[in-house]
Design a binder for this molecule. Structure first.
Ligand code: GLN
Length: 274
């Protein structure tokens, strides 16, 4: 069995569970025998049961305050940065997974980190606070329902973007890494060789939003016609999207991600049986 958790402190967690079920059904129809369990995560004990985790959209400051109060921040950092389990953040979740974000507390104590990027939390500001865009997401494989080349309806709600890719952090416990400060406390769990591989992974840009094509879709002018914003990234076990696939009915990103989770779970099983 593979257990996937959704952090259920605040925000759109039940929508994710819904789409995860749909995605698992898709994967099953494609011939996989994996049995999935999808659970809400509110406690450290629930987190420990998970092979992978989603951080939903919502409001990142609230989410991290509640996480801190529930004693979940350090366990979450350990999950992402030491155990290196597959973790996906959507919108507010992406903000929490960034090593750096604008307008967060000094010392960055309210982020989890794991992605060597800086996000701008409310990038689209007042002009287009919330909008939808049909984007082609080339990283998606074909699923039963829709082939990958059909555009994905991306929902942006006061969405963040990745505004900068930071220099790669080689060791999470170094002095420099703690400057922007989402390091785990000097760790109890040792980082094993498999986790070290993840640690060396670079940030990959998986999707961009061109403001020009957005303006064309909406029939409007835009003041930054040439701009392109990074809206999906991956670094090893950590994946983040600016938008909310959980607010659509399209399970393709969930299918893709669950397949990535399966690969990671198999890598771990093989590593441990050697
Ligand atoms: N901008 C919001 C934040 O700072 C995120 C919005 C969202 O998740 N829809 O948390």
């Amino acid at each position: 069995d593979v257990t996937v958790g959704v952090l259920a402190l605040q925000g759109a967690f039940s929508e994710h569970i819904q789409l995860l079920r749909q995605a698992a059904e898709n994967i099953r129809r494609n011939g996989s025998a994996t049995r999935w369990a999808f659970i809400d995560v509110r406690t450290e004990g629930e987190l420990r049961r998970c092979d992978a985790l989603i951080l939903p959209g919502g409001e990142s400051t609230t989410m991290s305050l509640v996480a801190a109060r529930s004693g979940l921040l350090e366990p979450l950092r350990e999950f992402v940065k030491v155990l290196r389990k597959p973790t996906w953040g959507t919108c507010a979740g992406l903000i929490l997974l960034a090593e750096s974000a604008n307008r967060t507390k000094k010392g960055g104590q309210d982020l989890i980190g794991g992605l060597d990027v800086r996000v701008n939390r409310n990038h689209f500001g007042r002009q287009v606070e919330s909008f939808q865009a049909n984007l082609s997401l080339p990283f998606l494989g074909d699923t039963v329902e829709k082939p990958a080349d059909q555009p994905f309806r991306c929902v942006f709600i006061r969405a963040p973007v990745v505004e900068k890719i930071l220099p790669h952090r080689t060791g999470i416990q170094t002095e420099e890494a703690s400057r922007e400060a989402t390091v785990v406390a000097p760790s109890k769990a040792p980082i094993d060789d498999l986790a070290k591989e993840e640690l060396n992974a670079e940030v990959e840009v998986l999707a961009k939003l061109s403001t020009r094509s957005l303006a064309l879709q909406n029939n409007q002018d835009h003041d930054h016609p040439g701009a392109e914003d990074i809206i999906a990234v991956r670094q090893g076990n950590v994946f983040g999207t600016s938008f909310h696939p959980e607010l659509t009915e399209d399970p393709r990103i969930h299918v893709w991600w669950l397949e990535e989770v399966l690969k990671a779970v198999h890598r771990r099983e093989q590593f441990e049986s050697n």
